[in-house]
Design a binder for this molecule. Structure first.
Ligand code: PLP
Length: 406
């Protein structure tokens, strides 16, 4: 029993990567703690070491040779995510950021040029500026809404066009098919950070992407208790991605892999609730007089709503609002007094979160048009009525201070 590529995604979420018949009928994959893996004969050892480049596409499992390069616990999770993405291969790495850096380093070498979306997750940007620059790889930041006009920025040495849709903090949707067409015309690879959409709500390979990275830390993990990333790739890049991850020494511990596959099984029902609650919060916030803009692509008012409808089949629970300009103390009174929205980095867990952001300070290719502060929300699995009441009390605190100051 396992899931095939002909089953629906919600079925694959439940069945992919599980092989109970191989494990005494136990429903979940076993957790192997291993460094040394013994081989009975020299011939067995040689067979493991000379195995052909691996791909989960044909349903074949790798041969374990050493803990660092994986055990059946690793294979169970990687196979599941390969099936979910319709990828050729998936490699698990210790964080979402490692998935980004391994994907980039698998393709780029000294003298190459990288086109990076201006709205990338901020540590991605720091990696380009602080690490890739030292390796002789030049980065140009581009407007996330550039679409097919990316062609004008592609040089002979441009090897990667990196995308993230929607953009971190500000939720611009990118025209990935138009970008992919322009990139492929010059033989550049297209990478995409798909942490927001997950394989359930966005199908990057169908849009022309070559290498997908996702922070498992967020929705697949789903319980704010693990760090992990995955890199999914097409056949052309799969071998380079896997060997880059291995040669950098990346390794994911078995208990983390176990938790990740356990989180995966409920991804579709959790995400549906994050989506519903997020949209309800966004609509309620859009009607508030204190709010200058709600940045949520599922709202009709979002400038990229049509692109989102074309390329995504749902919205996760993460979005931002921009407040009208207000005194810092009023802003702090709103955020600090929230009872159900914890303030913290990360998202995708069962709980609601709030995080102040300052995109204007992090961008170089696109001006930030708003004067007031940005607040990012994650809609968790709490009851929507309680979340709205918490936000409403926040606006009462905010207004009490702005009125006293006026
Ligand atoms: C959190 C995040 C990452 C990085 O994931 P970590 O597991 O925290 O390293 C990458 N991309 C996006 C869009 C994220 O939100």
């Amino acid at each position: 029993m396992s899931a095939s590529r002909s089953t629906k995604l919600r079925t694959r979420v439940v069945h992919a990567g599980r092989h109970p018949a191989d494990n005494h009928g136990v429903v979940n994959p076993p957790v192997y703690h291993a460094s040394t893996i013994l081989k009975p004969t020299m011939a067995d050892r040689a067979a493991g070491q000379s195995a052909p480049p691996h791909s989960y596409r044909d349903g074949r499992m790798p041969t374990p040779t050493y803990g660092r390069s994986g055990t059946p616990t690793t294979y169970a999770f990687e196979e599941a995510v390969t099936l979910l993405y319709d990828a050729d291969d998936v490699v698990a790495v210790p964080s979402g950021l490692a998935a980004i850096t391994v994907g980039l380093l698998a393709v780029l070498k000294a003298g190459d040029h990288l086109l990076m979306t201006d709205t990338a997750y901020f540590p991605t940007r720091k990696f380009c500026d602080q690490v890739l620059a030292d390796y002789g790889i030049e980065t140009t930041y581009y407007d996330p809404r550039i679409g097919g006009a990316i062609a004008t920025l592609i040089r002979d040495n441009t090897r990667v066009v990196y995308t993230e849709s929607p953009g971190s903090l500000t939720f611009e949707i990118q025209d990935i098919p138009a970008i992919a067409e322009a990139a492929h015309a010059r033989d550049a690879a297209v990478m995409m950070d798909n942490t927001w959409g997950t394989p359930l709500y966005c199908r990057p390979f169908a849009l022309g992407v070559d290498i997908v990275n996702e922070a498992v830390t967020k929705y697949i993990g789903g319980h704010s208790d693990l760090m992990m990333g995955v890199i999914a790739s097409t056949e052309r890049y799969a071998g380079a991605v896997r060997s880059t991850a291995r040669l950098h020494g990346h390794y994911v511990a078995p208990d983390e892999l176990y938790l990740a596959q356990r989180g995966l099984r409920t991804l579709s029902v959790r995400l549906k609730q994050n989506e519903e609650t997020g949209i309800a919060m966004a609509r309620w916030l859009e009607a508030r007089p204190e709010v200058a803009a709600v940045l949520h692509p599922a709202l009709e008012s979002h400038p990229d709503h049509a692109l989102w409808k074309r390329d995504f089949s749902g919205a996760s629970g993460l979005f931002s609002i921009v407040l009208k300009p207000l005194p810092e103390v009023a802003y702090a009174a709103f955020v600090d007094g929230l009872e159900l929205f914890g303030m913290g980095a990360s998202w995708g867990g069962f709980e609601s979160l709030v995080k102040p952001g300052n995109p204007g300070a992090e961008r170089t290719a696109t001006p930030w048009p708003y004067e007031g502060p940005l607040i990012r929300f994650h809609a968790g699995l709490e009851d929507i009525d309680d979340l709205i009441a918490d936000l409403e009390a926040g606006f009462d605190r905010l207004n009490a201070i702005t009125k006293a100051a006026a």
